[in-house]
Design a protein around this ligand. Sequence first.
Ligand SMILES: NC(=O)c1ccc[n+]([C@@H]2O[C@H](COP(=O)([O-])OP(=O)(O)OC[C@H]3O[C@@H](n4cnc5c(N)ncnc54)[C@H](O)[C@@H]3O)[C@@H](O)[C@H]2O)c1
Length: 255
Amino acid sequence: MKPLEGKVAIITGARRGIGRAEALTLASAGATVVVSDIVFDEEMKSLQDEVAAVGRKSLALECDVTKKEDIDNVVARTAEQFGRIDILVNNAQTGLTPVPWEELTDELFTQSYESGPLASFRFMQAVFPYMKAQGWGRIINTSSGASRGGVENFGHYAMAKGAISSLTYAAATDWGQYGITVNVIYPAILTPSLKSYLDSNPAARTAMEARVPVRYVGDPLDDLGPIVLFLAGDASGYLTGHPVFIDGGGGFGPR
Ligand SMILES: NC(=O)c1ccc[n+]([C@@H]2O[C@H](COP(=O)([O-])OP(=O)(O)OC[C@H]3O[C@@H](n4cnc5c(N)ncnc54)[C@H](O)[C@@H]3O)[C@@H](O)[C@H]2O)c1
């Protein structure tokens, strides 16, 4: 029996990068996976096929996490079709345009906030009744090392990610009594978009790898997948309200 057999997982921003790796990881471990993304195209259909190929039931839905009605639709459709919700991975985030702090606009700030902490909060509240009734739930939120400073021109992104970490700790405090764990990951992962950038900028690759104690930037499936699987499964029941740095050691130091 696979570790997540019988579990139902929702993943946001699953079309590419980290979300896609998370979807494939959880499906390979036996979960039924509901993938969602603001972009709904051939890539999403191929993801659904890939999930099906590893033998699990899957559902692919269009969802802009800045829209409450889209979030409610994903949760309602998942419950209707599969009867339960066990795992939520809040992965999607927009607002990644770099801008100096003094030029930051209300619009960009709000976009980062709505797609980050507000969306994570709404999804968490929407799945809570199912997890509470089951006496079991796993919520994995997604922060960034940028929330701790040191990344220029991403103040809005840092704010959004810092707020996601804080709401993780707060929900973990309130929901542990129901068997629901809430943790937050800080990835530094070689997604296809980062890979193509580093492939054409060898100096940036060398500089980035030099900053990581393990001397490479992790692969979404090989390096992030197993840690997310641990956080999504039974084995991590005593771990809640924690930041998990999936970064080869690159992010440790003063918080
Ligand atoms: N890649 C890294 O090393 C890294 C580092 C720190 C944090 N993160 C975080 O990890 C998560 C995934 O990052 P990634 O590198 O895979 O990003 P990515 O840009 O490759 O993928 C993000 C996915 O989210 C979707 N998305 C964007 N806005 C959305 C919205 N409003 N509603 C629904 N879907 C939306 C996109 O269409 C895309 O499929 C993000 O939260 C990001 O901030 C990544």
